[in-house]
Design a protein around this ligand. Structure first.
Ligand code: GTP
Ligand code: MG
Length: 420
């Protein structure tokens, strides 16, 4: 089977409503990187700027001719569309072009299929792939077998092509059950971590922004770092210590991307629960990219989709070693609440940790106090700063039991008595 390294692909993009040509070209640059990450090579581009789309082929018939011409000129074996194709469109295009036709979603799924390491990650990707393929199955299977394997056919791949829908449905049901089991175990693990009462900080951000580099820098971990999208798929959890000696758990997560396929957001929901359940999110931005603002918006959108839009969030501009002093000053002035760092060189790390510490919820304790009557002033203070559970006036003094921030309780250590 032609598992081509450097399978040669033609990229196709259409200007969407409200999109500029520059936006589209950026999106195609990213598509080229995705193709590269899945083992292929972008050898040509076709861009449709007019709105004369054809329902049956997505692009106009004139553009289909142009794609065919480029396939021949560049000896391409693959066409990748930047937008999601309907099952019928993919089928029509494949029949007309006689090469494999993929869309961005399938390409991302393919990369995920190659990279997933954990059992859960593998199950999630296969489930997402099958769910994506199921409606696209009629006839397509035989077409694809004829057109060979490689990009877009990995993962459940070859066996899928020969199976019928019924068997795929059975497989989907099986995957769901297996995932439920794995997830049950994971949430148990998470809960036992919770019991350790360590606050959790999740590193999130666009793919390739430097999250894993930062995790390694902060914890001395050795997480896989690479200049390519989706180096990280499975969340990694490590301990770290803040300057005030508070211990935290740091979670490295899968990177976000524009047009992140819904199937994947859904499939990775369990993994991304690490994000949703985190106490603080650290949004790592690649400040050296001209389009960091757009990447930022894509991240915020996914966060909202996950229901984590209102989490305490620290914005971190990474890779500032690649910026000029002027550019750095502009970022700093424009975003006074953000922290500028270079994960690679270790710049700005103490500031980052301080800022994280300020966002963490204050740990609270239940403390019991015995106050002599000459410190009656503290009664009001405890009512102000904590939630008073008990208050008794005795011959020896005032007994109080209060839920309050640990740091304040410690200041009154001389009046503290062993709680019950
Ligand atoms: N110049 C520079 N490069 C950096 C810095 N931080 C990370 N990089 C590089 O950026 C690339 C991506 O880094 P990763 O840490 O893998 O990024 P990530 O956000 O974990 O990426 P995914 O896991 O793919 O989402 C690597 O080539 C890093 O060496 C930095 O501060 N400065
Ligand atoms: Mg990573």
């Amino acid at each position: 089977m032609s598992q081509g390294p450097n399978e040669r692909g033609i990229l196709v993009g259409c200007i969407q409503k409200g999109q500029s040509l520059a936006d589209l070209l950026e999106s195609l640059d990213e598509l080229a990187l995705l193709l590269q990450a899945s083992g292929g090579l972008a050898v040509g581009r076709v861009v449709q700027t007019s709105s004369q789309l054809d329902g049956a082929t997505y692009v106009s018939l004139g553009k289909v001719d142009e794609i065919r011409w480029q396939i021949e000129a560049e000896r391409a074996s693959l066409v990748v569309f930047d937008d999601e194709l309907s099952p019928a469109q993919a089928r029509n295009l494949e029949n007309m072009l006689q090469v494999k036709v993929l869309d961005r979603t399938q390409l991302i799924l393919d990369i995920f299929a190659q990279r997933a390491q954990s059992k859960e990650g593998k199950l999630q990707v296969e489930l997402a792939q099958l769910n994506y393929l199921l409606p696209r199955l009629t006839g397509l299977g035989t077409e694809l077998s004829r057109l060979g394997g490689g990009i877009g056919t990995r993962g459940p791949g070859e066996t899928r092509l020969e199976t019928d829908r019924r068997r795929i449905r059975r497989r989907i049901a099986h995957l769901r059950r297996a995932l439920d089991q794995v997830r049950g175990r994971r949430s148990l693990q998470r809960r036992s971590r919770r019991r350790g009462l360590l606050p959790t900080v999740a590193l999130i951000g666009y793919t390739n922004s430097g999250k894993s580099t930062l995790l390694n820098r902060l914890t001395g971990a050795d997480v896989f770092v690479e200049d390519q999208p989706f180096a990280t798929l499975d969340p990694t959890v490590r301990r770290a210590v803040l300057p005030d000696n508070r211990r935290i758990l740091l979670v490295d997560t899968v990177g976000f991307i524009r047009k992140l396929p819904h199937q994947l957001v859904a499939a990775f929901r369990a993994t991304l629960e690490e994000v949703v359940e985190a106490d603080v999110l650290v949004h790592v931005i690649d400040a050296a990219r001209a389009d960091w603002e757009k990447q930022c918006m894509a991240v915020v959108q996914v966060l909202e989709e996950l229901g984590a839009g209102f989490h305490p969030l620290l914005t971190v501009f990474n890779k500032v070693d690649l910026l000029s002093p002027d550019q750095r000053a502009r970022l700093r002035n424009g975003h006074p609440d953000a922290v500028l760092i270079s994960a690679r060189h270790g710049w700005g790390i103490p500031e980052l940790l301080d800022a994280v510490g300020r966002l963490l919820p204050e740990p609270t304790v239940v403390a019991a106090f015995h106050l002599p009557y000459d410190r009656g002033d503290l009664v009001g203070y405890l009512h102000d700063r904590g939630q008073v559970l008990e208050e008794h006036y005795t011959n020896q003094g005032i007994h109080m039991k209060v839920i309050m921030p640990r740091i304040l309780a410690n200041r009154l250590a001389e009046y503290m008595v062993a709680g019950d």
